[in-house]
Structure formats: C-alpha cells, structure tokens
Design a protein around this ligand. Sequence first.
Ligand code: ADP
Length: 530
Amino acid sequence: MSTSMPGTIMDFPLTLSTILERAPLFRDVEIVSRRPAGAEIFRYTYGDFHRRARSLAAALQRAGLRPGDRIATLMWNQYQHLEAYFGIPSAGGVIHTLNLRLHPNELAYIANHAEDRFAIVEESLLPVFEKFRAQTKIERVIVTGSEYEAFIAPGDSGYEHPVLDENAAAAMCYTSGTTGHPKGVMYSHRGIVLHSFVCAMQDAFAVSEQDTLLPAASMFHANAWGLPHAAAMMGAKIVLPASDMSPEGLLDLFDREQVTLTSGVPTIWAGVLDGLEKNPGRWKLAPRLRVVIAGSAAPESMFRRFDKFGVRAIHLWGMTETTPVATISHVQPHMRGLSEDARYDVRATQGTPVPFVETRVVSDNGECPWDGTTLGELQVRGPWVAGAYYNMPETADRWTADHWFRTGDVCSIDPSGYIKIADRTKDLIKSGGEWISSVDLENTLCGHPKIREAAVIAVAHPKWDERPLALIVLRENASAKEEEFRDFLAQKFAKWQIPDRFVFVDELPHTSTGKLQKLTMREQYKDWKW
Ligand code: ADP
C-alpha cells in the first residue's frame, strides 16, 4: 500500500524481482559457467536465466514456500546458484548461502539457527551435505542435475511474483567466524538493490553492460560482494568458475572469456600474480580488466604488481554485516600530482565511504581526529548495514546506543578522510603500552621479493606484555636470514615495532574464506619462548 504523499512520485518497492524482470532486455547476453564436476563449460543466456529463475520461484511456491522461509544453498559459483540468487527472493523466500568449507557441525549449527526449510545442493557436494543433514530440520532437498531440472521443469507460465515489501529479507549469510561463533546477517531487498546501484557507480566498480564479470569471491561469502546482483541489474556477461578457483583456472577463464571485472581476497590474487609473473605472455587479459580486492588488507605491492600487467586493482573494505561494500579507495584528481609512492599509499588504504554509508572512528576519548595516526574503532551505519544479528539478542552490544555498528576493526583516518585499517581489535599487538599494527607489518613484508606470504601475531612477553612474531612463507627456491627482513622493515618502522623474531614456515593457516587464520596461529605459538 502506498504511503507516499498524494501528488508525489510513486511508492515503488526496491526488490530483486524487479532486477530479475530486466533480464529479458539482455536476453542474448551470455552467462557462462564451469560445471563443478569437470572442466566442461556450460553457456546460456540471460533469456534462459530469466525463464529458469522464474521457474524456480514458481516451483518453490508449489512446494509450499511461505514468505520469509529460508532456503539454504550449498553450491559453488555456478549458474544454478545465480538462479537461486534471484528465484528464491523473488518468490518471497530468503536465500541462505552456506559456506561449503565449514565443518559439518558448524554447518548444522548454522542451518538450524537460520531454521532452513529447504536446501538446494550441488550434486558433487552431496557428501558434504550428508555429513550434517541428519542434524538439521531441513524438510526438502533439491539436488542439482536431474532432480533440480525436474523441479523447475513445469516452467513459469502463469507464475507471477508475489508483491514484496522492500524491507523484507531477501538473503542471509553467516559471518565466516574468523573471530568467533558465526552470526547471521539478513539482507533486505532494498539493501541489496541500493548496494547494486553503488557497486555499479563509475567511482566504485563501474559495472556496465559492456563488462564481463567473473566473481572469484565465493557466492556464499557476503553475496560474492554484491557483484552478481549488480551485473544482473546492468546486463553484464557473467562467467562463473564453479569449484576451480585455482590461479590457472581463473587465468584461463579471464583469457578465454575476456573478463573485464573480477573480485576476490588477496590470497587468490597473490596466486594469480605469481602465475602471470612466471608465465609472461601465456594469458591475454582484457585491456579493461579491474580486480576488486577485499576480505583482508591488500598489500601495496599488489597494486604495483597488477599495474605492470595493465590491470587496475580496486581496494574495498567491507564485512558480511555491510552487504559488504562500505568503503573504496580511489585517487582523487588533486592527488594525481603526488609522487608515485604516495599514490600507491593512497590506493592501499581502505579509502572513503561510498554514498549512504556513514563512518566514524571512535577512540577511548571520543571521536578520532583526522590526523592519520590516532587509532580508534571504525563504526558504520547505512541502508545496507545490519541493524542486528539474526536471532542473537546477546550480541546487541555490537551496536552503540545511537545505533552505529561497531565493526571491531581498528583504524586511523587521514586529513582527506581516508580510512586505514590497522587491525581487527583482537589482532592488534600491545607492546609496552603502545599498539603495533600487524596488518602494516604484513603488508610491508609482502613487498619483499623473497616473501610469498607473511603473518605477524602477538605473543605474550614477560617484559613488554606482547611482542610481534613474524611467520614467513618464502617464495619458491628463496632462502633468507632474519636480518634481511629486520633491515627491510627498518626503512619504514620504528625499532620497537619490528618483530623480534622471524620464523620460516611452509604455509600459513587460512580461514574458509581465504584469510589468515590468526586464532590458530596464536594458539600454535602461545608457548613461544623469546
Ligand atoms: P569474518 O568476520 O568471518 O572474517 P567477513 O568476510 O565479513 O567475515 O570479514 C570482514 C572483516 O574482514 C572486516 O571486519 C575486516 O577486518 C576484514 N577486511 C575486509 N576487507 C578488508 C580490507 N580491504 N582491508 C582490511 N581488512 C579488511
């Protein structure tokens, strides 16, 4: 029912079904998907996608879907997942993307907590699903392949989308649990639609019908950062890599499909850059390729390395709780006169908030000055920022009394308003009463030619409370002494900030979304003797 003033514009809800109903405008544009079980590539069009997503919506309604019911998905980045992205919410349901890398007990906990009623499961992931299904109350499972095809076979004739409230939930995702128990975030239709507009903006990712998008962020990780929604809104060609997110697998698709826009965590890009540097000329990349990097801080060296291949890296900061796009780094025209190094410094910050996301940095003594040094907690609010965790009243203290979301990230803000994340609160290192940023150290270390990956963690110290310990993975065939890295860091850091020891390891533990697993590392080194 309209609540708008008589004589003003229409009260028109912002819903995903409206985005889905644009698809016939791009009916001949391709959607390309690897099949999870092999290298085979499946191709269809927005016209097919439109019909099949609507058929899924119709089938779910026939199967008894009630408004707001949660439908779990256990899938890779594959075309049926895209159909579920739009078909489930258009039918009035809530798509709940399960993180297929979690432990079965954790998946059972999440599916129960979300009260998932149905599940759509990729055939090759059935063994994962079977490990936790019995612990859940999921009523009906639809497996991709012949079962899914039979489910949607009756088609969409006569089907009409229900009238949806734009504030109704459309999707749901749990935090990946890097810092504790997973917590559920419900995304509204309105939030996702507005977020899609922001993603498409020129100064964000400039998503256009001229683009070919390959999301290399998982579709179960904060909606693949909203890019599939934005691409579908604009009619960009979409390429889905399914289970093959290996550097070579991605580069092959970048080349073959001439991908112009992609997104992923720094770990993925480190591998892709290694591949490009080792095999110059093997892959022909599209001239306009942009790479969106988020999930953890992208080291400055990553921007330099991508530039050498004519690829533009764009740094985004966000969280599952912020749908996720909240801030983006960019070089403003007046900064073009800065030195090259200074411009890279700007690009490696987390940038400034996108329109409608408001940020503030709060220190123990109140709001932080824009001085680039004072550290405080980053707080955010906006139309796609979570207002609560789903069904977890005990987490209400993550929101301030005036209803800003407390991100748990510690950052500074410089005189131009650019945010620089120093750490997650739990990862900051407190040495002799001063804070040391592990992110800063790690990112500088990653710029050393002998280092493939680095983590810096706090380890208890009898005199200083905590001291930084660096864990280093060297590049193939490299050998090094601790001194080299100490001297390298001394060019940028004060002596007391430099890790006391550098430990060489073969690999570092990562979370299910490809971030450094600091909890595990701190546990491993808790009895370390200095
Ligand atoms: P989880 O909390 O389980 O890791 P998320 O993917 O939602 O799941 O993580 C969001 C967090 O990731 C942020 O709070 C921040 O600590 C980190 N993060 C995301 N993007 C960036 C970035 N560009 N720079 C630094 N940290 C980032």
